[in-house]
Every structure is written in structure tokens, then in C-alpha cells.
Design a binder for this molecule. Structure first.
Ligand SMILES: [Zn+2]
Length: 148
């Protein structure tokens, strides 16, 4: 019984994998990931500098670890408890305004780990229309955003 159950499960998984290639946009990712890294790193530095200008304490609070550029279909960015930042390479295909919003959003998570009021106040210090951009970016079909 157990054996039959396992075999069915494996077959189902293989079929699903066949229908849905893991990275249909791999070529786009390879072509743009270095540009994405350069833009993201330079904007991270720029905005971290802006926060330090507002309050020198941010120089230590906004120190981040590793920055990863990934080909993912579910998130624009994330910030780990270890202060590593992770960004979707598709940010290169967005407008500079939306891109900056995502970068500042993750940068501010280094200080505020949640999405509470203090978090948004911090984001809005450099991106005053952050909440509108947040609503806008949530409506974008992330998996369809390749070469514009
Ligand atoms: Zn967040």
C-alpha cells in the first residue's frame, strides 16, 4: 500500500514539473542579473547615505550583509534576520521609481522588521508616496515581467 502511494506521488510531481519549466526566463535573468546588481547596490548606498544624513545613527542600524540577486516569481525583495538582503533581478525592468521603492523598503527592514507604523514613517522619509507605490507594485504580474 505504502509503495503504491509513494509511486503515484512521484509520478504526479514529475508530470507537474514537465508542464511548468522551473525558469522559463533563465536567459533574461542571465542577461540582466549583473546590471540588476550594479543598480541595486548603487541605490542601496545612495539611500543608506540619505538616512545617515537624516540621523547618523543609521550608519550602524542600516549596515547590511550579503546582497543576493535572484530569479524568483513570488517576491521583489526580502531582508533576513541576519541582515542579508535579497532582490528580484526583475527590478531592472521596473521604473526607477518602483525600483527605488523596493530597495528602500528592504533597507528599512534592517531597522524595522515589521510593517508597522514606524516602518512606513521610515520609508516615507525618502519615498513620500511609498504606500501608493506599494499598492501599484502588488498589482504587477511579476512572472510576466521580462524584457521590455
Ligand atoms: Zn516588507
Amino acid at each position: 500500500m505504502f509503495y503504491i502511494y509513494r509511486r503515484r506521488k512521484v509520478r504526479r510531481r514529475v508530470r507537474r514539473a514537465g508542464r511548468m519549466p522551473k525558469s522559463p526566463n533563465r536567459a533574461d535573468y542571465v542577461a540582466h542579473k549583473n546590471a540588476a546588481r550594479e543598480i541595486i547596490l548603487s541605490r542601496l548606498e545612495y539611500f543608506a547615505g540619505e538616512y545617515v544624513r537624516l540621523d547618523p545613527a543609521f550608519a550602524t542600524k542600516m549596515k547590511f550583509g550579503r546582497v543576493s540577486i535572484r530569479n524568483q516569481r513570488s517576491r521583489w525583495g526580502s531582508c533576513s534576520a541576519q541582515k542579508n538582503l535579497n532582490f528580484n533581478y526583475r527590478l531592472v525592468h521596473l521604473s526607477p521609481e518602483l525600483r527605488d521603492y523596493v530597495i528602500v523598503h528592504e533597507l528599512c527592514h534592517l531597522v524595522e522588521l515589521n510593517h508597522g507604523r514606524d516602518f512606513w514613517v521610515l520609508v516615507e522619509k525618502t519615498i513620500p508616496n511609498a504606500q501608493a507605490l506599494s499598492r501599484h507594485i502588488r498589482r504587477l504580474p511579476m512572472d510576466k515581467i521580462v524584457m521590455i
